[in-house]
Design a protein around this ligand. Structure first.
Ligand code: CUA
Length: 373
């Protein structure tokens, strides 16, 4: 076999081609900002662009050196051993120190933005005065939001999964967990913030574009982790004020049904019930026609309800909702359902939900409950 001739020209041309191709895609073209409309969007986007400008030359240099080594030190024929190179102290020292310096710079840049974004202190000396505060609680498998006014007054308004905030206002989220660790993540608004039991993390939002922003729990927290969706509804301030005062009025008239099973319930409306099981977040753990690891299906509950001795179907469902741990459906040995639904619904809500569950066999298999269509 004849050794192939080596054309230095050919591979310099190839290298040049690679470098030009890399430069033809400037970092900023790849830097589609991960954030739009969140608080201090620019800080995130600047950090992203800076990191891209640091990473791009490193990527190009590494790839060029790799290609160079592959081409320059390749085996050119069967009987020839390519040049063997071992160790180079100055080179090794410089890339160790160089890498350390680069990582230190990246760390400091990132840490400063994190401090700015996630560890906002809302005290009087803070640069940010919150126009309102929302306490955010993650739990298996949902999110609750409690709304507080600028002066710290509790509105008693609570929503589940859907967070409502005004646009162009400083909204401070105080994020915690009722059970295991979760992570509050709405990619278009801000980075992830962990929801840790017994500890409060903060996130400051000031969203300039009204609209709905979707998010998701970003920490694996159990079998229905995937169902821990987050919807942030950003409203025009006037619309938000109207929404909030409407909620406050409803809250003031609200009479929780409590846990007394002897309470008489009115006649329920199953359509209202279907909306409620969505609004209250029941659908995070219960499907219509298929048992979930997190809870039995509604059609199965409806069937079970007819076969419990000493209970009417309505009584059984009543107990299952306000005292969920009193008896567990067959196949479930742990009670993970929140036990405060008696506080979250009035007699009418409860009657509506019971009406919905007992009517659930009208569903086609596979059809999921959802907001009113
Ligand atoms: Cu909560 Cu994953």
């Amino acid at each position: 076999m004849t050794p192939k001739s080596f054309h230095p020209k050919r591979y310099w041309v190839a290298l040049l081609g690679v470098i030009l191709a890399a430069l033809a895609f400037p970092a900023t073209a790849l830097a589609h900002g991960p954030v739009s409309g969140g608080v201090k969007t620019d800080v995130f986007n600047e950090l992203f662009t800076t990191m891209m400008w640091i990473a791009t030359p490193i990527f190009v240099i590494v790839e060029v050196l790799l290609l160079f080594a592959i081409i320059r030190y390749r085996r050119r024929s069967h009987d020839e051993m390519p040049e063997q190179v071992h160790g180079n102290t100055p080179l090794e020292l410089s890339w160790t120190i160089g890498a350390f310096v680069i990582i230190a710079v990246v760390f400091v840049l990132g840490y400063r933005v994190m401090q700015d974004q996630h560890l906002v202190s809302a005290g009087p000396d803070s640069e940010f005065t919150p126009d309102m505060t929302v306490h955010v609680y993650g739990y298996m498998f949902n999110w609750d939001y409690e709304y507080y006014l600028a002066d710290g007054e509790d509105t008693d308004v609570m929503t589940t999964r859907d967070l409502y905030i005004p646009a162009n206002k400083n909204v401070l989220l105080e994020i915690s967990s009722r059970d295991v660790q979760h992570s509050f993540w709405v990619p278009k608004l801000a980075g992830k913030v962990d929801a840790v039991p017994g500890y409060t993390n903060t996130m400051l939002l000031n969203v300039d574009k009204p609209g709905t922003y979707e998010g998701q729990c970003a920490e694996y927290c159990g079998l229905n982790h995937y169902a821990m969706a987050i919807n942030v509804h950003v409203m025009e301030p006037a619309d938000f004020d109207a929404w909030l005062s409407n909620q406050i009025t409803q809250e003031n008239e609200f009479q929780p049904v409590g846990t007394d099973l002897s309470v008489e319930l009115p006649n329920g409306n199953s359509d209202e019930g279907e909306q409620l099981i969505y609004d209250l977040g029941c659908t995070a753990c219960h499907a219509v026609d298929k048992d979930q690891p997190s809870g039995p299906a509604f059609d199965r509950m409806s069937m079970d309800a007819h076969h419990v001795e000493g209970y009417s179907p309505e009584q059984y469902l009543h107990e299952s909702i306000v005292l969920p741990c009193a008896q567990l459906a067959e196949g479930y040995d742990q009670c993970i359902m929140p036990q405060d639904y008696g506080e979250r619904m009035d007699a009418e809500d409860l009657a509506d939900i019971i009406a919905y569950i007992t009517s659930v066999d009208r569903y086609e298999p596979g059809l999921q409950p959802g907001p009113n269509k």
